[in-house]
Design a protein around this ligand. Structure first.
Ligand SMILES: Cc1ncc(COP(=O)(O)O)c(C=O)c1O
Ligand SMILES: N[C@@H](CCCC[NH3+])C(=O)O
Length: 435
């Protein structure tokens, strides 16, 4: 069984609890597949991040990377925790707005923001636009000039740091679609243009080296390069940045053999580097922003499925199929991501069988987990995939015309439905008949 589940999370009759709620009750009340979140984990993680900065006595901002999980209730939850968030699309910005999230606490990311998106950001007077490229910079100069409206900006820089993670989620290397390249001087050119633009208020620089990172070296290297950049900007452009945004990417534990560093290890090493370079260069210590996504929501969520068919190939493999798969969690198919699973209705039964958990989609690659040691599995059992809170529901699709699952928040033994299950009628809502 996963080391991440303690005896407090199991009922006497062997049912997995989440946020104090029996998962078998969740399944019968809301159906499966179902995303269930223990929201105390989200709150605690945010408090934990805050405490690290407060102990270090530096100015900081935590900006939740909402792409990890972006629904109305999530924006409302993080607003209660009084942190910022970043959005990457009109849809995320709209959801945050509808959730009543304060627009001045929103930053906007993206490597190809449309005129419509930039206009919406200006209409909503959001906190900051993180400019990614010269095309966007030109658009924003033009729009702010026409509207005679000022807006805070930062630029995203690719610092030339390779994070040791899956290449699809590595973003800080020079050869990346994101950001202004540092080595060729693009970042300096962007700064000059911003300083000359009357309505763009430059806060500082941003970088994000990648996601699911397990070592501090990349963050420390990025902090060093970014501080060098800010010091150079002060010396050569007479511009003193007030914000250094070092992005997200802090890795979490998905499987027993992964050993991620605690957030304090990452954050403390970043803070120390920034503080030390500020002091030695007589540069005012900038406000340090981070953009954690996965590390805030990942371990708070599980996906619940009902077991259906099984297939045994003698001397090869036993497959157990569930009623969801790559439509509600694309990560195993996309990144070969690994998860731990449990039989949520048989937590006290001995785990004796090695099985691989297949989804129901028409793709051989639609597997949720390989080689799981579970109790004897029968049709109707409730299977939980653990730690699916980040980039699970947010990357869900309707492939094979499967409706997307419902989402519930659980806390202190109570559950609340926060996203309805899609229906088959919903699936044809946008379709138009030929005749
Ligand atoms: C700019 C930016 N910030 C923050 C994040 C959040 O990363 P993570 O969920 O790994 O913390 C991402 C996604 O990788 C990102 O692209
Ligand atoms: N979607 C990725 C994370 C990186 C995306 C954000 N830049 C994942 O599921 O691991």
């Amino acid at each position: 069984m996963s080391t991440q589940i303690t005896e407090h999370q199991i009922t006497n009759d062997g049912h997995l609890l989440i946020g104090g709620v029996d998962t078998t009750k969740l399944a019968s009340e809301y159906g499966t597949p179902l995303y269930a979140y223990d929201i105390s984990i989200i709150r605690n993680q945010i408090t934990h991040f805050k405490t690290i900065f407060e102990k270090a006595d530096v100015k900081y901002q935590i900006s939740y990377a909402s792409k990890a999980f972006a629904i109305l209730a999530m924006y409302q939850l993080i607003n209660k925790e009084n942190i910022h968030c970043d959005v990457v699309s009109e849809g995320e910005l709209y959801t945050a707005k509808q959730a009543g999230f304060p627009m001045d606490k929103v930053s906007f990311h993206g490597n190809n923001k449309s005129v419509q998106e930039l206009t919406m950001a200006l209409d909503q007077k959001i906190g900051c636009i993180i400019i990614d490229n010269f095309y966007e910079l030109d658009l924003l100069k033009q729009l702010t000039q026409e509207r005679q409206q000022s807006i805070n900006v930062m630029i995203r820089v690719t610092p030339g740091i390779s994070a040791h993670t899956h290449e699809y989620i590595s973003t800080g290397q020079e050869d990346s679609k994101f950001g202004f390249d540092l080595n060729s001087g693009q970042a300096d050119k962007a700064l000059e243009q911003i300083l000359a633009a009357p309505y763009l208020k430059m806060l500082g620089a941003h970088c994000h080296i990648g996601s699911q990172i397990f070592a501090t070296a990349g963050f420390v290297g990025a902090a060093e390069k970014m501080m060098d950049l800010l010091i150079h900007w002060q010396a050569d452009f007479d511009f003193t940045a007030t914000v250094l945004n070092l992005g997200g990417g802090f890795g979490i534990q998905y499987t027993d053999d992964e050993k991620p560093l605690a957030p304090e290890v990452f954050i403390t090493s970043i803070i120390e580097e920034v503080k030390q370079l500020s002091a030695t260069n007589n540069f005012p210590c900038p406000e340090i922003w981070i953009e954690p996504g996965r590390s805030i929501v990942g371990s708070a969520g599980i996906s619940l499925y009902t077991v259906g068919s099984q297939k045994t190939i003698p001397n090869v493999r036993d497959y157990v199929a569930v009623d969801g798969g790559m439509g509600d969690n694309i990560r195993p198919a996309l990144y070969e991501a690994k998860y731990e699973t449990v039989l949520a209705n048989k937590m006290n039964e001995p785990a004796t069988h090695k099985v691989s958990v297949a989804g129901k989609y028409c793709e051989s690659g639609d597997m949720l987990a390989w080689d799981q040691i579970l109790p004897t599995t029968t049709a109707g059992d409730l299977l939980a995939v653990l730690d699916t809170g980040a980039y699970g529901y947010s990357m869900a699709s309707n492939y094979n015309r499967n409706p997307r699952p419902a989402v519930v928040f659980c806390d202190e033994g109570e559950s609340k439905l926060v996203v309805n299950r899609e229906t088959t009628e919903d699936l044809i809502k946008l379709d138009l008949p030929l005749e």
